[in-house]
Design a protein around this ligand. Sequence first.
Ligand SMILES: [Ca+2]
Length: 264
Amino acid sequence: MRRLVAFCLLLALSQTGWGQAARAVTTSVAGYQVIKAYPHDPTAFTQGLVYVDGALYESTGLNGQSSVRQVKLETGKVLQKQAVDPAHFAEGLAEWNGKLIQLTWRSGIGFIYDRSTLRLKGTFNFSGEGWGLTHDGNRLILSDGTANLRFLNPDSFREIGRVVVRDRGNPVQDLNELEFIKGEVYANVWHSNRIARISPATGEVLGWIDLSGLIPQRLLPHAEAVLNGIAYDSANDRLFVTGKLWPKLFEIRLTPATDVPLKR
Ligand SMILES: [Ca+2]
């Protein structure tokens, strides 16, 4: 009898509790379709990518190789470039009111450039590390390698809020390059082929985009040549992605999500 009760209990769990648990650990995963591949500077250690008013801007990292640049999308040619002092390792990039705002990794300093000339107009200070940067029309949104997204006043650069990014309750660390797209924050996750789609209000991961196979591994020089770089052409609804030292930049279209368990 005791065995029968145990069996019935197991059966009930498998049909209710276990089933719910299985659903609770899944987040939808979208695929992609390549619309077009463009050349990309294979020496650009991409840390920020922005498309605004028909122009593509990029921030590159590494001490001594950091820069902000305007790039011709179709050819990958660097049209304008401003080198960053070798003391700094440049990171995320966002456009704000005709200015380009660039983070540095561990210097605690950010740079403000005139967007049309790339001339340095000023600097600002921020706390912690700088990784990715974007904006939602009102606030700058900064990632710092943790699971936090921080919101900054775009004029004073003061922090005015933050959320912890979680996927079904689990913090998502290593949030890297960012892009604000149709009310959501898209974030590269360092050393991964995945982009998280995040609610900026709650930090919840709304879905994943798996870009595995986008570029052949043989075209990449080493293990740090990872996916990092998301830009959105809002006027034409075009999504661009690239990576550090990638010889290609891709326009992609997302394909329907599948409800499969997440790899952890
Ligand atoms: Ca971006």
